[in-house]
Write a protein of this length. Structure first.
Length: 468
């Protein structure tokens, strides 16, 4: 039963800069500017001026973004250790995040939202052309600082918008370094990074000069962002997390899928919006599923992300660790059993033992809410209808998965899941070309693929008669 409390609830402030903590130690190792909301008028004004030139030349934008992608890759050995130091993830995962960032820049650089003719039988030539929106606010959380930053800035810049990007105060340093690398390939003020505590993000989201707000974070904050942007009728794209369910079918080969299922839940210490956060297993296989996952949880190497042997790093910050501890303690108090883990690790930093919970009450917060940490509840079901109803029974609707050997049957079950993306025999794998969107409380709007690009554009229609 966890009893210790986080030592520092928020990053500390040092004058006009604030301390950034290493989650592997809980101690400060760097600092970033604590910018104030009244600075945003000048920042957004410069972004608007830069937009006038940036929006006019698509070929120049393409060339600049491709150059930026090369620069990100070249700076990987400098960026990756810094990302691991402030976020906590293993170094190999930081390098993967940098590679994904560069790939996303290239992908959107080469998408062409060219004009499209329309025909309705009249003697008029009509054509849809696409125009950028203006300055875009990108507000990014701490779990994938660079990958989520690129998911917002790459389509926005490729579309001809400028971007003001605010990272989480828990992970500002790698984003500031990424911004410096990108800015060397971009015209001045096309991309600006601002760092600081609230109400900086709220002011950015509601700034009248911002034409599109793209935000990833919690449901309550997402609602506040939408309300703030509404004052200026700004467009919003919200990705507000998930509580993804994995439904195992009666014909599943437990040992064959156990590794994939475990890492679908525990990658990045479970701090993934589309991670598996609940597992529903047939009653006949329930004990086997719990045991297979528990064996892997007990064997995984937990440590600082910079240590070569580490497979699972710390939780990113003290408030999130407290949340994980609270949900776990509540489940155990309600009668759940920790088949593995179940407690914070007794060492410096924000480490929590990889935890598999069995016999969890279905109404426990660790099941109904998004725990966002290295804790996975496993629940039995007696009928498939019961499992599907439970999988759909939360306010979230980001992703889900079905696991079994009969792929046609698995696909039929996946089609019943109320979510934006469903996978079969894997989870949380996305290509750059596919849309990413949730339903219900999981978000609003679409990111990814051409849909992500068009979300940063507005249609402009020209009608021309066939004859003067």
């Amino acid at each position: 039963m966890p009893t210790s409390q986080p030592r520092q609830p928020t990053p500390g402030t040092v004058g006009e800069r604030f301390a950034v903590l290493d989650p592997a130690t809980g101690e400060p190792f760097g600092e970033a500017p604590d910018q104030q909301p009244d600075e945003l008028d000048a920042v957004v004004g410069r972004a608007h001026e830069a937009w006038r030139g940036w929006r006019t030349d698509r070929d120049a934008r393409t060339a600049a973004l491709l150059t930026a992608a090369d620069a990100v890759e070249a700076a990987g050995t400098e960026i990756a250790p810094l990302l691991t130091r402030e976020q906590g993830k293993p170094l190999a995962e930081s390098y993967a995040e940098i590679a994904r960032t560069a790939a996303r820049l290239r992908y959107f650089a080469e998408l062409d939202p060219g004009p499209r003719p329309l025909s309705d039988g009249r003697p008029v030539r009509s054509e849809i052309r696409w125009r950028p929106l203006g300055p875009v606010a990108a507000i990014v959380p701490w779990n994938f600082p660079l990958q989520l930053a690129s998911a917002k800035l790459a389509p926005a810049l490729a579309a001809g918008n400028t971007v003001v990007l605010k990272p989480s105060p828990f992970t500002p340093l790698a984003t500031r370094l990424l911004g410096s690398v990108l800015s060397a390939a971009l015209p001045e003020d096309v991309l600006t990074i601002v760092t600081g505590h609230e109400p900086l993000g709220a002011r950015l989201a509601s700034h009248p000069g911002i034409r599109h707000v793209t935000f990833t974070g919690s449901v309550p904050t997402g609602r506040a962002v939408a309300a703030g942007a509404a004052a200026s009728l700004g467009r919003v794209t919200l990705e507000l997390g998930g509580n993804d369910a994995a439904v195992l079918l009666a014909d599943v080969d437990v040992e064959r899928i156990a590794d994939r299922l475990f890492w679908a839940a525990f990658r990045n210490c479970g701090q993934v919006c589309m991670a598996v956060k609940r597992v529903y297993a047939p009653a006949r296989l329930y004990s086997d599923v719990v045991e297979a996952l528990a064996q892997r949880a007990k064997a995984v190497v937990v440590g600082a992300g910079l240590d070569p042997g580490t497979e699972l790093g710390p939780v990113n910050n003290a408030p999130q660790l407290a949340r994980v501890e609270r949900y776990t303690a509540q489940a155990l108090a309600d009668g759940a059993r920790a088949a593995a883990g179940g407690h914070r690790l007794d060492r410096p930093g924000y480490f929590h033992a990889p935890t598999i919970l069995a016999d969890v009450p279905p109404d426990s917060p660790v099941v109904t809410e998004e725990q966002f940490g290295p804790v996975l509840p496993v629940l039995p079901y007696r009928s498939l209808d019961e499992a599907v109803e439970a999988a759909n029974g939360t306010g979230f609707g980001l992703g889900g998965s079905v696991w079994g050997t009969d792929l046609d049957r698995a696909e039929a079950v996946a089609d019943r899941l109320e979510c934006g993306t469903a996978w079969i025999n894997h989870h949380a794998e996305l290509s750059l070309a596919q849309p990413f969107a949730g339903i219900k409380d999981s978000g609003l709007g679409v990111a990814g693929g051409p849909w992500g690009l068009y979300g940063n554009l507005r249609p402009f229609v020209v009608h021309r008669p066939e004859e003067a």
